[in-house]
Design a protein around this ligand. Sequence first.
Ligand SMILES: [Cu+2]
Length: 380
Amino acid sequence: MTKKLSRKEALKLSSVGVALFLGSKINSLFNPSETVSALESSDPPHDKHDAHTGLGTVGEVNHEFNEFNPSNILYDWDYGNVSTLENGQTLREYKILAIDKEIEIAPGVYFPAWIYGSPTSPESRVAGHIVGRVPGPSLRCIEGDLIRITFTNGGSHPHTIHFHGIHSAFMDGVPGVGAGIIFPGESTVYEFTAAPFGSHLYHCHALPLKRHIHKGLYGAFVIDPDPEKYTGEERAIAASRNHTYPENKEVNEMVMVMNGFDTNFDGGNEIYAVNSIAFAYMNNPIKIKRDQLQRIYISNLTEFDPINSIHIHANFFNYYDHGTTLQPTSKIVDTIMQCQAQRGIVEISFKDFEPGKYMFHAHQSEFAELGWMGFFEVEK
Ligand SMILES: [Cu+2]
């Protein structure tokens, strides 16, 4: 069906120029119904190319202002200061500071965050001072390591660090037990032996919990398996997961933390992302080699929404819920969901795929359209 333009409609079009008008007429040869519906709309007329294809943001956030870049967060591990105790156990010492810091989460959208920083994170080494980031530093260790975290609250509100993993109740980082709440200007030390291996996380446990987590106080905490505990195929898998083994270098490993930001403090998120910046990997697709195994340590720290998810286009993957097993807990899936604090490992390969941009996003469409969407750029 086609429609003849009235003079009034033609005049409306003149505001966007003759070229667009002609473009619309040309489009009408191919898809007349779309052209007509665009013309009938009370909105300024537009052709189909800007009506339904505008994914992502215009422009980019100022990564220098933030002092972190989601393209680097994928790969930046914080191994702490590593030494060996007299009994042969590896000691990893981390210093973590909580601070208040404004961050730009979408072009022109600023968020007053509370965040963790560490002097041993790659960002801090580059900047020459402690850089706080959202998500906080991706802490990495090996099962059996002694972990010693000196936590200092440099922020304006009481905070803690609560680790997911096995440890004494006194080291749990919750109000009223052990060191409990750490007030501004105070410090404490959390110490435990890393277990079990897996894709874990840490976050502030001060109250109200919702507000403290949502402000940005969380990060990934990955414990690698010890290959010496296993034999045969299991040993090979554990070696591939252990950052000190050469087998691990054959895999491209990434950290993704799904999060959201309530920019007007109404108890709902206006911006969604992985690694904090809306559409970061739309603007800067993640370049991957198609024949290399991709391993994503993914966790959900989204507040206010009960569930988040990841869906990868045109391919299927294996998933290890919590990362606490050497065998996948879900095989050949293209979508997984996580409640808050749930996490796991996605393993995917684009071997023999046609090179190109493969989309991934939350399959809550609202989250995807508000920032949680990106591309893998698969290269030969
Ligand atoms: Cu807190």
